[in-house]
Ligand binder design. Structure first.
Ligand SMILES: *[C@@H]1O[C@H](CO)[C@@H](O)[C@H](O)[C@H]1NC(C)=O
Length: 617
């Protein structure tokens, strides 16, 4: 209310500053205010206007801005900022004659066809994608009159396509009665959908728009993907159609944010002057969102420049066309390869249900598909190792010189000898057996020999993220004796259906630590994969005390598979530890003997050893 008073008052005061000749009727501002009061689509913003008008009416000051254009601009700025609506405009147009809504002329059929062909563009693109561009949304009665022709020339050609690009980048006019029938061609006959509620201010009534149960011709239905192209020129009724189909989740909108117009804009003459005020007289409220696209426009799902929208839409539809094969391919791979058979079957089944229920219908790019598939696999399986992955080929083996190896090993391993001759060994990744074997002598010299002669050892795996499991037997063997062969684990390989036994090795490079000296292994929630397998074996064999946090609960290293002939790759754990006597560590992690926070684990381990060895002295 204060704002409205301010509008009227400030304009009146403004007029006092200029002392010119009387160019405008004194009632101009009051007349504009009255028009707004009776016609502006959001009457709640008009509270107080009536009092303002009454107050202003007693003021007989003459507006003294000398030229009408300036006056129109001043009034426009005042009205826009006061009501905070950029759609309001005051113009001075002595030549203006109101446009009469064009009647559909009784054209002979050939001419009607020509008119339709020039206002509707139609194409069938590669991949059986329909392309339909409509620049004006016809009123329902007009569309009905020429319905048979529309069907024959346009719609029946679009119907057999497998996807549709609906180009509304140039649609800036239309009739409100056209909204329900356009939307209805892309929805089901039942149940009827409440599309829009339009409040009309002059009549002070609200009209609900509903989808239609009967239509001429067939519906496009709800299964085939639709992309709507938009630009900043997509305006009014077209925006309503876009917003509605977007929020019904029936179409993906690609392009620019739309104009933010109105369902109904009227141009009203101010009394008998040459001034006109352009006013939105009706307001759309979408029943799904409870909000409107007016003023702020429709924000596309994928925002690109209008000129790039078509190419983007084609890309989106191409990836959507591949989605079913990729999801089914992924499900099949999991059924065939995943380490845990029963769990794999269940994941594959649920994945297919997600596909069938449309969970992948809104994917807009390969990257989005991969992200969603990965997230679904993780949540369905609970296995962090089962996911999409890039297929970056492994780096070719480097030709390291012995000096380079030594440097590499120095940064990969940390060793120390603490008081009471307690050794400390930290490494953050397991290596492949063949690679490690080749440089075993260097590791022994530069790492192992620094800690092998200690009285007890702390192995720090708190930051160890895993790696290949091929070197685990070898590494474990250093902590057992040469004369007794010990079965460490049985690894079941799903794709081949074989089980491999992991035994300690009889021969090793360098000296063994043996079974007699105490070991503590430090763990954290980040300890994963091969590191967990090592912790699990050492705990199960009673060879080490575990101090720290439960380990990650990941899985044996995954293998990478291409999904069908797509460019999507899946990482699938194919091997699992012996679970004949109950679950191993996969998915659940290894529980430490002494649970402490990862940061406190080293201190705890040292204290345990110091108490033991210090007490002996
Ligand atoms: C509009 O109609 C409602 C009743 O339907 C009435 O309460 C309200 O005052 C009317 N508003 C205006 C601005 O006439």
């Amino acid at each position: 209310m204060a704002k409205i008073l301010f509008l009227v008052a400030s304009l009146l005061i403004f007029s006092n500053i200029f002392v010119a000749y009387s160019a405008f009727p004194p009632s101009l501002i009051v007349d504009i205010a009255k028009i707004l009061l009776d016609n502006y689509c959001s009457p709640e913003k008009m509270v107080g206007m009536q009092q303002a008008i009454d107050a202003a009416s007693t003021n007989t000051e003459i507006l003294s801005i000398p030229d009408p254009e300036t006056m129109a601009n001043v009034l426009t700025a005042g009205v826009q900022s006061t009501i905070n609506d950029p759609r309001l405009k005051i113009t001075h147009e002595p030549e203006y004659s109101p446009v009469v809504a064009p009647q559909m002329p009784p054209l002979p059929p050939e001419q009607l066809i020509a008119v339709l062909q020039s206002s509707i563009k139609l194409d069938i693109l590669d991949g059986n994608i329909g392309y339909l561009r409509i620049d004006h949304i016809l009123a329902e009665d007009v569309a009905e009159k020429i319905g048979a022709l529309l069907l024959e020339l346009v719609w029946n050609k679009i119907l057999p396509t497998t996807a549709l690009i609906f180009d509304m980048r140039h649609t800036s006019s239309g009739d409100i009665t056209g909204i329900p029938y356009i939307v209805s061609y892309f929805t089901d006959a039942e149940p009827l959908i409440h599309i829009d509620s339009v409040y009309d201010r002059p009549s002070n009534t609200t009209k609900e728009l509903w989808s239609m149960s009967t239509l001429l011709g067939e519906r496009y239905g709800t299964d085939k993907p639709i992309v709507i192209l938009t630009s900043r020129n997509t305006n009014g009724i077209a925006e309503d159609v876009v917003y509605c189909l977007q929020h019904l989740k029936r179409a993906t909108v690609v392009g620019e944010k739309t104009a933010g117009g109105s369902v109904k804009i009227d141009k009203i003459r101010v009394a008998d002057t040459d001034f006109y005020i352009t006013v939105p007289t009706a307001k759309s409220v979408n029943p799904i969102t409870g909000a409107t696209w007016e003023v702020k426009g429709v924000t596309p799902n994928v925002e690109v420049n209008a000129e790039d929208a078509l190419a983007t839409a084609i890309k989106i539809l191409n990836i959507r066309a591949q989605v079913p094969a990729i999801i089914e391919g992924a499900a099949n791979l999991i059924t065939e390869k995943y380490a845990f058979e029963a769990a794999g079957d269940e994941v594959a089944e649920k994945l297919k249900v997600l596909l069938a229920t449309g969970a992948y219908n809104t994917v807009n790019s390969k990257a989005e598909l991969e992200t969603k598939l990965s997230a679904d696999l993780k949540s369905l399986s609970g296995d962090k190792g089962l996911k999409t992955t890039s297929n970056i080929p492994a780096l070719p083996p480097m030709n390291y010189t012995p000096e380079m190896f030594i440097e590499l090993i120095k940064v990969s391993f940390h060793t120390d000898v603490f008081e009471n001759n307690i050794g400390y060994l930290r490494f953050d990744m397991f290596g492949d057996f063949e690679e490690v074997k080749a440089i075993a002598q260097i590791i022994v010299e530069h790492v192992w020999n620094k800690v092998v002669n200690t009285d007890a050892m702390i192995i720090d795996l708190r930051n160890n993220v895993g790696g290949p499991t091929t070197a685990i037997s070898g590494f474990c063997s250093y902590f057992f004796d040469a004369d007794t062969k010990i079965l460490l684990d049985k690894l079941h390989d799903r794709p081949s259906g074989t089980t491999k036994e992991l035994w300690t090795l009889p021969e090793l490079t360098g000296t063994r630590y043996g079974t007699k000296k105490s070991l503590i292994i430090l763990t954290s929630g980040a300890t994963a994969g091969a590191a967990e397998e090592f912790v699990y074996i050492m705990k199960r064999r009673g060879r080490a005390m575990i101090v720290g946090e439960p380990t990650s609960g990941s899985s044996h290293p995954a293998e990478t598979f291409r999904v069908g002939d797509s460019d999507v790759f899946l990482a699938v754990p194919t091997v699992h530890s012996d679970n004949t006597a109950g679950p191993a560590w996969e998915g659940t992690g290894v529980t430490p003997h002494i649970p402490v926070a990862a940061e406190a684990a080293l201190g705890t381990a040292k204290a345990i050893f110091n108490k033991h060895f210090g007490g002996q002295k």
